[in-house]
Ligand binder design. Structure first.
Ligand code: PLP
Length: 287
């Protein structure tokens, strides 16, 4: 089945789908996005993603391209036309296309693009064996809580991780505390068994996976502490993991080459991953 993209009201062959060269997403990274997992043809935590989309749009004083009911219909249609049960939907809203000028255009209509891809999460080997992260300075703008397409520092960090043989780069603020990964949230389990992740202030993107997992932790009776943690603390932690829509819960077994805990995925991480997978499967209609 050939891939289909949605671009401003039209369903087009992916290979020839495009936006105008003066789209403000292209010119100024003046655009926001969401990546939503699909399971069994249903979008996982769709409403949480839409709530975050609206938060991002509002923070940038950008109009929504259509109402939520219409947006949900288009999202379903993109999945359907691509024949996707399990995969990801990518959605981007830009402020629209207008002659290049820093001021907001008076008349531009927001532009809406969606694509979808088949995928079932990270390779089993990564889940079973865990992954390594490196640490890098957080050089992003001061509002990474807005899910904007301004992702150059993230792309540079991810590439640096790859070149170092690592899976992800954990970004570190000026005070030596981990903010988050380049496309994931960062977590540790302390010796006391507390789950620690940075509080969702303006320094991180409040991951939908992070939020879903927090709900599960409360049900599992695990102790969550939302606070910054240092690189040294991460290296000395009992367990570490990362969360994102594309990885769910992925064990982190080294930080800058230093083994975390015994250097293998920890039991709390594994338990959380299983609980999260069950939570996702349930939304996809599994019993
Ligand atoms: N932090 C950053 C910088 C991200 O780009 C992402 C996802 O792309 C996340 C965290 C995780 O967010 P979510 O769980 O909503 O995918």
């Amino acid at each position: 089945m050939s891939r289909i993209a949605y671009v401003n009201g039209r369903y087009l062959p992916h290979a020839s789908a495009s936006v105008h060269i003066e789209d403000r997403g292209f010119q100024f990274a003046d655009a926001v996005y969401e990546v939503i997992a699909a399971r069994g043809g249903r979008l996982v935590d769709e409403d949480m993603h839409l709530a975050r989309l609206h938060r991002s749009l509002k923070a940038l004083k950008m109009a929504a391209p259509m109402g939520d009911a219409a947006l949900k219909l288009v999202m379903q249609e993109v999945l359907r036309r691509n024949g996707i049960a399990d995969g990801f939907l990518y959605l981007q809203v830009s402020r629209g296309s207008a002659p290049r000028d820093f001021h907001f255009p008076k008349r531009a209509e927001p532009s809406l693009v969606m694509t979808a891809r088949r995928h079932r999460g990270p390779a089993a080997k990564l889940v079973e064996e865990g992954v390594g992260v490196i640490t890098i300075p957080d050089i992003r703008w001061a509002r990474p809580d807005i899910k904007s397409v301004s992702l150059l520092p993230n792309a540079l960090g991810k590439q640096q991780a790859k070149e170092a043989g690592a899976y992800e780069a954990w970004q570190v603020d000026r005070d030596g505390y981990v903010t988050e990964g380049t496309s994931s949230n960062a977590w540790i389990v302390t010796a006391a068994g507390e789950l620690v992740t940075r509080q969702a202030d303006s320094g991180i993107l409040n991951g939908v996976t992070r939020l879903g997992l927090i709900g599960l932790m409360q049900r599992e009776g695990l102790k969550l502490v939302e606070r910054p943690f240092s690189v040294a603390e991460a290296k000395a932690a009992r367990e570490a993991f990362l969360t994102s829509t594309t990885n769910f819960v992925l064990p982190v077994i080294t930080v800058d080459g230093t083994p975390v805990g015994n250097g293998h995925p920890g039991s709390i991480t594994t338990r959380l991953r299983e609980a999260y997978e069950a939570y996702v499967a349930l939304q996809g209609g599994a019993r």
